[in-house]
Write a protein that binds this ligand. Structure first.
Ligand code: FES
Length: 348
């Protein structure tokens, strides 16, 4: 931009010839610069809500299938990094998160893997019923478990937790980092993707042969200054966190499949605006769990405060917001939020 030309230096309101000349010179330079700048195509917003089709279903372990998904219109897919997950909207309307476990360089397909949980809420069983050609919608990819550049890694994967860890392992190998993976599970037949891992850097520990792993022993494999990435069942995460040594310069990064236990929760009440029903929420339960008993159709997915599915309008009361993301949106994430005292009235 060129500056506005000031009035005449001798005090008259007409423009001073000196400044007119200066402005002409700089204005010309500015125009030439603009002409020399490359013309960039307009930035297209990244498409985050995609219609997909199942291209391949593979059995990867006793109760695990992988699904390879492609855009329904064949387009190139948004880029992703190790640690990213997809929000998958299943045909029933259930929304679930699955880690991307394929190759980030493959921009035509995404791979996810699902362990069947017959006693779960139905999402995993439904995903196991998908077949080639079935249509799905997905949102993302989103990254709640970023993988940071480093020189030394210890990866700890428990069962289906390998899905988040697998692309990190390959990225570390490609980068020439010093890495090691401990992969745990009930038995070898329950561990997906074993054939995609280089055996020389992987230690497999299964409950049927080695017993339940000792987290302090697993962490003893981390030399000082190691980045430890852990994904697995809640007991594994909690055990690793509790045993993680302080003062070694090592760092711990983890992702849960299941909600973290409620710590220091206080009881409170929720009132449903539509019916006036008041529900007590005990100190050790979430508002979502209590709500689901009274209103079975309440939508939810991650139960950890990052997907936004359980967001409900807050009509009255003061909430202790614990959302992990999307903090700019209004409403309450009932899976993690609690009242900072008294009662919350929800728009239900
Ligand atoms: S269920 Fe995902 S934010 Fe509540």
């Amino acid at each position: 931009m060129t500056a506005p030309i000031p009035p005449s230096l001798n005090g008259r309101r007409d423009r001073d010839p000196f400044w007119v000349a200066v402005s002409a010179v700089f204005g010309g330079i500015h125009r030439v610069r603009r002409l020399r700048q490359p013309v960039l195509p307009p930035v297209r917003p990244v498409e985050r809500d995609l219609a997909m089709v199942v291209r391949e279903v593979r059995r990867e372990a006793a109760d695990v299938v992988s699904l390879r998904l492609a855009a329904a219109d064949g387009r190139v897919l948004p880029a992703w990094q190790p640690g990213c997950h997809l929000d998958v909207l299943l045909p029933s309307g259930r929304r679930r998160q699955y880690s991307l476990c394929g190759d980030p360089a493959d921009r035509r397909t995404y791979r996810i893997a699902v362990r069947a949980l017959p006693a779960g809420a139905g999402g995993s069983v439904e995903a196991h019923g998908l077949a080639e050609g079935d249509a799905l919608r997905v949102r993302g990819p989103r990254n709640a478990f970023p993988f940071l550049a480093g020189e030394r890694y210890l990866f700890l994967a428990g069962g289906i937790g390998i899905t988040a860890i697998l692309p990190m392992v390959h990225a570390a190998a490609r980068a020439g980092a010093d890495w090691r993976l401990v992969y745990t599970g009930r038995s070898r037949t329950t561990l997906p993707f074993l054939d995609e891992l280089p055996a020389e850097r992987v230690t497999v520990r299964t409950d049927d042969v080695d017993g339940v792993p000792d987290c302090a022993e697993l962490l003893s494999l981390a030399a000082p200054g190691t980045a430890v990435y852990c994904c697995g069942p809640a007991a594994m995460i909690d055990g690793v966190r509790a045993a993680f040594p302080a003062g070694t310069g090592s760092t711990l990064h983890f992702e849960r499949f299941a909600p973290a236990p409620i710590v220091d929760g206080k009881p409170f009440e929720i009132e449903l605006r539509g019916s006036g029903v008041v529900l007590p929420v005990p100190a050790d339960r979430s508002a979502l769990d209590v709500l689901r008993e009274a209103v079975p159709g309440v939508a939810y997915s991650c139960r950890q405060g990052f997907c936004g599915t359980c967001r409900v309008g807050l009509v009255a009361g003061h909430a202790d917001e614990r959302a992990v993301s999307d903090a700019d949106e209004s409403g309450l994430l009932v899976c993690v939020s609690r009242a900072s005292g008294g009662r919350l009235t929800l728009d239900l």
